[in-house]
Ligand binder design. Structure first.
Ligand code: NI
Length: 131
């Protein structure tokens, strides 16, 4: 597998409040972006020595992360891996019983790279981003 760890996605209710917590760990926040495809607000947090973190908060009540926030509060939501060929990687993961939750779409928050979401009951939700 050529999957490389890219970022950890954290669902949160309030990006400002959660980013403030991460700033206490030495993280620097980037600009906040609205993603109309997922109906969420996104903010990437960077650290010189620690993995990239993506904060996701619902833009409104119809956002796909509303339910998990109601159930768990602020919580890890997905792990993201980069791949060279997203179509090929999805094909391989489907053979490993992953279910495609969201087919490849352009992600405005990741410099217009294509992203897709897949789910496996023993892995949870993963995101693929094409390099
Ligand atoms: Ni993500």
């Amino acid at each position: 597998m050529d999957l490389k760890f890219h970022h950890l996605g954290i669902a949160c209710k309030d990006i400002d409040q959660t980013a403030e917590r991460y700033s206490l760990l030495g993280y620097t926040r980037g600009e906040q972006i609205f993603d109309p495809l997922q109906n969420i607000n996104i903010c990437f947090l960077t650290h010189p020595e620690m993995p990239l973190v993506e904060l996701l908060s619902p833009a409104d009540i119809k956002s796909p992360i509303v339910q998990i926030l109601e159930k768990n509060g602020t919580t890890p939501y997905h792990t993201c891996y980069s791949v060279t060929d997203i179509t090929e990687a999805i094909g391989r993961l489907k053979k490993q019983q992953y279910i495609v939750v969201s087919t490849p779409k352009i992600a405005c928050a990741i410099d217009n790279h294509r992203v897709a979401f897949l789910y496996h009951k023993d892995m949870g939700l993963i995101e693929l981003v094409e390099e």
